[in-house]
Design a protein around this ligand. Structure first.
Ligand SMILES: CC(C)(COP(=O)(O)OP(=O)(O)OC[C@H]1O[C@@H](n2cnc3c(N)ncnc32)[C@H](O)[C@@H]1OP(=O)(O)O)[C@@H](O)C(=O)NCCC(=O)NCCS
Length: 187
């Protein structure tokens, strides 16, 4: 029997079905690893974090807050998720909020076309369920994978934000990208 409810979109690559879904209890081990395994997250490693914080947050709201959320990147494979995406709200002026998104895949799932599809799916999801006009994402000059992934996900490079973040011993520039509601989805 069909419920008549639309399914959330998914994308197929290399025999895998990439879809986004809420965090489950058995995903918390991945959060714990990203907090305490140096370099697992990639260039964004910023030192050890509270390994139990993710479980506390999951208990509070399932990682689905009004202004700050996480979803898992599920590829339908044995063993659960390939990584996670994040989105938090911000605002430049007055009434209009935007989302800033982020992503981290486990190393074994990188470079296979999953990252850009997950970020494109996240944009489509956010434009579908929230009224924002703008979704932005920032990365670094040296993160060629994320720059390529954002471009494939329909983002446009906007410019360099100087000295935007302190990481690995020094202040570093950020590379800002955005996708607007009217920009075409690559999916
Ligand atoms: C960044 C990340 C999400 C990209 O996802 P991915 O699945 O590895 O990359 P994709 O397959 O989507 O690649 C998209 C494009 O970038 C290019 N690309 C991917 N990895 C690359 C690399 N290491 N160097 C240069 N280009 C790369 C690909 O060639 C592809 O372009 P193409 O389809 O025209 O060939 C993933 O590598 C990751 O999780 N890295 C660690 C965490 C991280 O850096 N997150 C972003 C923080 S700002």
């Amino acid at each position: 029997m069909t419920t008549g409810m639309p399914a959330e979109p998914s994308a197929v690559v290399g025999g895998l079905t990439v879809r986004l879904r809420p965090v489950r209890e058995d995903d918390l081990e991945m959060f714990r690893r990203f907090a305490v395994e140096p370099g697992l997250v990639g260039l964004d490693w910023a030192g050890f974090r509270d390994a139990a914080a993710a479980a506390r947050r999951f208990a509070a709201d399932g990682w689905l807050g009004a202004d700050d959320s996480r979803l898992m990147v599920d590829v339908g494979a044995e063993g659960g998720a390939a990584g996670l995406v994040s989105y938090h709200s911000g605002g430049y002026a007055g009434l209009g909020k935007y989302w800033e998104i982020g992503i981290a895949l486990l190393p074994e799932w990188r470079g296979r076309g999953i990252g850009w599809r997950a970020q494109a799916l996240l944009c489509d999801y956010l434009f579908r369920h929230t009224p924002v006009q703008r979704i932005q994402a920032a990365t670094h000059a040296e993160n060629l994978a994320e720059q390529g992934s954002l471009k494939r996900a329909g983002f446009t490079f906007e410019g360099v934000i100087r000295a935007a973040e302190f990481r690995n011993g020094q202040w570093r520039d950020g590379h800002m990208f955005s996708r607007l509601r009217g920009d075409p989805s690559p999916l």
